[in-house]
Design a protein around this ligand. Structure first.
Ligand code: NAD
Ligand code: FES
Length: 272
């Protein structure tokens, strides 16, 4: 059992939870995730580890409460316990001394981006962060990212905060800057966003890493649920990823697989 120490609402339906999980806190590296079940028999939900404090024995998770199972996890109050938190899983982010890097977060994806961007800055990279959302309430972690980024640029679709438009417009401007292209781009967010970022960087030959979030079940490479196609080859996001070269990902098949259970998910959501 894993005790919930705090649970705060960051944005509509987005919770930041801190859990007691000493062994995971000691072992976790940036980019890794856990699989959570609120109670025995529940659906397994993969969640990126936002941060960890090995001394305190705690990890933090960002939970988007959109379906029946994520709403159940997000409803846990301090003092409650979650039944299973398995991990750390997946490969850590490839943290190299790239130089000038752009970290792009779309909506809830910004929560997944945060530990990657922090690890890149800790490695001495010059991090420009670009985060976007539908409107001001959906912009998260701007101050936290600002603590280690050279610059944080914000975009909203309705113009209620920062520049009006998509994150890709801000990236396009960065690529055109006189000091030249960033050496690497990390993008996390909705699939159409990651696909658009990859198409933008492709002609410039900029290394582009995206974090994929296909359906996951066991998280250990056994079930095949998280299969994605990368460079024409099947890969399992839970053991080969979740980060992949954005120029090699088959985004069309990823979109198809993500929408496969939409009707069933909606039925479960309405049943709760
Ligand atoms: P959203 O749809 O509100 O989009 C957030 C921002 O992403 C937009 O404001 C825009 O700046 C950018 N964006 C979206 N579509 C774009 C496009 N076609 N071109 C360029 N930029 C675009 O995001 P949300 O509702 O917060 O996110 C929900 C989605 O994110 C879900 O599908 C969820 O599965 C996914 N998600 C992915 C990850 C991951 O690890 N990749 C993590 C969390 C959530
Ligand atoms: Fe089962 Fe990845 S979640 S193989």
């Amino acid at each position: 059992m894993f005790e919930v120490l705090s649970n705060e609402t960051l944005a509509p339906n987005l919770h930041h939870m801190v859990l007691r999980a000493p062994r995971i806190a000691a072992a976790r590296k940036a980019g890794q995730f856990v699989i959570v079940r609120a109670q025995s028999g529940d659906e397994r939900i993969p969640l990126t580890i936002g941060d960890a404090d090995p001394e305190a024995g705690t990890i933090s998770l960002f939970v988007q409460a959109i379906g029946a199972s994520t709403r159940k996890i997000a409803a846990a109050s301090p003092g409650d316990c979650l039944r299973d938190v398995a991990g750390p899983l997946g490969l850590p982010t490839d943290i190299e001394p790239w130089g000038r890097v752009a970290c792009i977060g779309g909506g809830v994806g910004t929560a997944v981006l945060y530990p990657m961007a922090k690890a890149l800055a800790d490695r001495g990279n010059e991090v420009t962060t670009i985060i976007g959302g539908r409107s001001k309430p959906y912009i998260i972690l701007a101050d936290e990212l600002g603590a280690f980024s050279k610059d944080v640029q914000v975009t909203t679709e309705d113009g209620s905060l920062g520049k009006k438009g998509f994150v890709t417009a801000a990236l396009e401007e960065m690529i055109a800057e006189p000091q030249g292209c960033p050496q690497a781009v990390f993008a996390v967010g909705p699939v159409p966003m990651m696909r658009a970022v990859a198409e933008l960087t492709r002609p410039h030959g900029i290394k582009t890493l995206v974090s994929l979030n296909p359906i996951m079940i066991d998280g250990t490479g056994m079930c095949g649920g998280c299969r994605v196609v990368v460079a024409g080859e099947p890969k399992f996001a839970c053991v080969d990823g979740p980060e992949f070269d954005g120029h090699l990902v088959d985004f069309a098949s990823l979109t198809d697989r993500l929408t496969m259970y939409r009707e069933h998910e909606e039925q479960c959501r309405l049943a709760v």
